[in-house]
Design a protein around this ligand. Structure first.
Ligand code: IMP
Ligand code: MG
Length: 185
């Protein structure tokens, strides 16, 4: 039994709403990339559920790759501008239509660094698809082409997003009651 019920403040995005919106994004992406191929890059680990559901709704040729990044010397509730690659891509992105698939954009620092790093490798195009956008927390501007949901400044978990590495497997996005969570662990 998973024990998230005690610190789940609310279900922010239920499973059926997630599914519908992800399908819409897939249709939109398919239309925009008609006649082209996509290299979808999943930012691990949070983007994994979203990416695997999203690409099932894309009907142009899609290749996938993965990368993992971590921020220097901060707690897990906020990031800084300094990001390091902990797992790099295995494919070359030169001349490809790269679509970065991310779980959530918060301050924007992580994605901003990823975009800067990937641009130096000369992709043909580089766009961002994020499931969630916490726009009120933005510190650096990142160009988001596709966004699932704009969400308020609350800490969320489930559907790829973790609480100390757990609960990524939940099929919905929930809001954490941080006080109750801290009391629990
Ligand atoms: P940013 O660099 O501040 O935009 O942070 C982005 C990263 O922080 C995301 O890829 C997530 O891994 C993590 N993150 C930000 N907000 C949340 C949240 O509410 N729940 C879980 N992870 C989050
Ligand atoms: Mg992430």
């Amino acid at each position: 039994m998973q024990k998230y019920q005690s610190f789940l403040a609310e279900v922010l995005i239920p499973e059926d709403i997630l599914k519908n919106r992800i399908k819409e994004l897939g249709v939109q992406i398919s239309r925009d990339y008609e006649g082209k191929q996509i290299l979808a890059i999943c930012i691990l680990r949070g983007g994994v559920m979203f990416m695997s559901d999203l690409i099932r709704h894309i009907d142009v040729p899609v290749a996938i790759d993965f990368m993992s990044v971590s921020s220097y010397g901060v707690g897990n509730r906020s990031t800084t501008g300094q990001v390091r690659i902990t797992l790099d891509l295995t494919t070359s992105i030169g001349d490809k239509n790269v679509l970065i698939v991310e779980d959530i954009i918060d301050s924007g620092n992580t994605l901003n660094s990823v975009i800067e790093m990937l641009r130096t490798r000369n992709p043909r195009s580089l766009e961002v698809c994020t499931l969630l956008n916490k726009y009120s927390r933005r510190e650096v501007d990142v160009p988001i082409k596709y966004c699932g949901f704009n969400i308020p400044d609350k800490f969320v978990f489930g559907y790829g997003l973790d609480m100390d590495e757990f609960y990524r497997n939940l099929p919905f996005i929930g809001v954490v009651d941080l006080e109750k969570y801290e009391a629990e662990i």
